[in-house]
Design a protein around this ligand. Structure first.
Ligand code: ZN
Length: 270
């Protein structure tokens, strides 16, 4: 950390919710900003899902080491031998269906339902925003909701069907050519899905408030979304348990997500 205090951002803003009264005050400020916004969007990362029991597979302390994740989720490796992905990432990716949305997923879905949140742009591949009820979800790194054949156009196999095969120790295969199907997750070495990237960039540029939640803003180009918001005069609110490079430009800065969003959900339902 190079001598930078880990929670310097929180201390500067004095906003790390330490007890429920602090969390409630923070949530009140956050909700007021959301209600004041003309066009609010959320940009989410692993932190909204780690509180659902999904491990962050990237980075230090992740499910795999940095090197291994890049190999297991690497396009080059998948082309060489897709069985490595299904064997090593299978237990992770194909258990998403058993996970429940976190309080952050749920509160974001409720904000959208009340017309207070325009879109959720996510770096996550676990489909939990949709499970929580969010409708306008832009998945910058794709998801395993669909599987395609890299050779045969038009072959599509859904998550549950693929998950059954993987849980039984196999790989979903193309009914036309017999090759292993690839989940529509953006692998290392692949470009982000063009449509999602375009849509996310547009939403970010038009947003006058962006909630940056559970991401350390380390994975590009996804992490440039808050920059798009800031560049057009939008305000950025950051809630993350680690510092980010945009902390000094944030209109509000919070630490842990769970207490903040529990308080926010209570306010919404109050
Ligand atoms: Zn095929």
């Amino acid at each position: 950390m190079g001598g930078v205090p880990r929670n310097s951002a929180n201390r500067r803003e004095g906003a790390a919710p330490r007890d429920s009264a602090d969390a409630r005050k923070g949530a009140e400020r956050l909700l007021a900003a959301i209600r004041d916004a003309r066009r609010a969007v959320a940009f989410t990362g692993a932190g909204v899902s780690t509180i659902s029991g999904i491990r962050d597979f990237r980075g230090p302390g992740g499910l795999y080491g940095e090197m291994d994740a890049e190999k297991i989720f690497g396009r080059e490796q998948f082309d060489l031998d897709p069985s490595l992905f299904y064997k090593l990432a299978g237990p992770f990716v194909y258990s998403f269906g058993e996970k429940e949305p976190s309080v952050a997923h749920v509160a974001l879905a409720e904000l959208e339902a009340r017309g207070l949140l325009r879109a959720v742009i996510t770096q996550n591949i676990d489909m939990l925003h949709q499970k929580a009820g969010s409708r306008n979800v832009i998945e910058l790194h794709g998801s395993p909701a669909m599987h395609h054949c890299l050779r045969c156009a038009g072959v599509r196999v859904g998550y549950e069907e693929a998950a059954r095969v993987v849980r039984a120790g196999g790989m979903p295969l193309c009914p036309e050519c017999g090759r292993a199907l690839k989940p529509a997750i953006t692998f290392f070495g692949e470009r982000l899905p063009a449509g999602a990237l375009r849509e996310a960039t547009g939403e970010s540029q038009e947003a006058d408030l962006m909630l940056v939640l559970g991401t350390s803003l380390a994975v590009y180009p996804a992490a440039s979304m808050p920059d798009h918001a800031l560049s057009r005069g939008g305000r950025v609110v950051i809630a993350n348990n680690m510092p980010t490079h945009l902390d000094s430009r944030a209109a509000m800065r919070f630490g842990e997500l769970a207490p903040l969003f529990e308080a926010l959900r209570d306010l919404l339902r109050g």
